[in-house]
Design a protein around this ligand. Structure first.
Ligand SMILES: [Mg+2]
Length: 283
């Protein structure tokens, strides 16, 4: 029986953000692996073979968390996708901008917001914050997510709301583009450029990587030196690790090339072809 099945955990935690902390082991001195998804674990719908094998082999030894800025889908879609690759991730192992976004909405008393986002993400947000009313009526905030169902109607409503100075303007993450096998596609950072031209505003808060708040309670649960973040993008993944003071593994299986490190103040802890190369270190 493969080790990932032996170590499969029984029931998902009640709350999405409640982290799992089950494995006492370490690999290369690291106990908590926070992995970016696209470009690190898979490329679009194609698993990165070495990375998936490494994760499955190490599943019962270390704790894994999966971190994506992509707010075009909810946690259920990620769980299904990872499960299809033989990685039995649970909701408590998924990190996304939703956690700090909901914390911010609650802290600031925002209960009515207009979401520029997919139906799937609207459902995920409603589940994470049941008291939030999503719609244009009396909206206190506009939340910009990665809306792959964007329509001119949504642009019209949100632009009108953002022309009222009292409307709080929030964005789930800063990425300019989303990787796609046929070439990069406009993501939230490109949408904010559109609103900047149209209504002259930039978001008051941008959640997700590289803001360390996206790590939720993890830095309080693990000693920093036992944590590591792995990803393929310098501007979000590496910057998050640098901002949080956590070691970084650059994987060359996605966006960044090794030469892109020229000019970086802090070099990665490891630079690898893909996560499978860690296995060559005797894992
Ligand atoms: Mg990535």
């Amino acid at each position: 029986m493969p080790c990932f099945e032996r170590n499969r955990r029984a029931a998902p935690p009640a709350a999405h953000h409640k982290p799992l902390r089950a494995n006492p082991g370490t690999i290369l001195g690291k106990r908590c692996f926070v992995l970016d998804l696209d470009g690190t674990v898979y490329l679009g719908d194609r698993p990165i073979k070495g990375a998936v094998e490494f994760i499955r082999r190490a599943w019962g030894t270390c704790d894994f968390y999966f971190l994506s800025n992509n707010t075009s889908r909810g946690p259920a879609a990620y769980i299904k996708k990872l499960e299809g690759m033989g990685i039995p991730a649970e909701a408590g192992q998924l990190l996304s901008p939703t956690l700090p976004l909901v914390a911010y909405l609650r802290e600031t008393g925002i209960e009515r917001a207009y979401l520029v986002g997919n139906r799937d993400y609207g459902a995920a947000l409603a589940e994470a914050m049941p008291e939030l009313r999503l719609g244009p009526e009396d909206a206190q905030a506009v939340i910009l997510a990665y809306d792959t169902e964007l329509t001119y109607e949504k642009l019209r409503i949100s632009a009108h709301l953002l022309q009222k100075p009292e409307t709080v303007y929030l964005a789930t993450h800063p990425d300019l583009v989303c990787p796609d096998p046929e070439g990069p596609l406009p993501d939230v950072g490109s949408f904010t450029a559109l609103y900047e031209k149209a209504v002259g505003r930039l978001p008051e808060r941008i959640f997700g990587k590289p803001d360390p708040a996206v790590l939720g309670p993890l830095p309080a649960l693990y000693p920093h030196e036992t944590m590591v973040i792995a990803g393929d993008r310098l501007s979000t993944d590496k910057k998050l690790a640098d901002n949080a003071g956590i070691d970084f593994i650059l994987v060359l299986s996605g966006e960044a090339k090794e030469e892109d490190l020229r000019g970086e103040e802090r070099l990665p802890w490891r630079t690898v072809r893909d996560l499978g190369e860690l296995a060559e270190d005797g894992v």
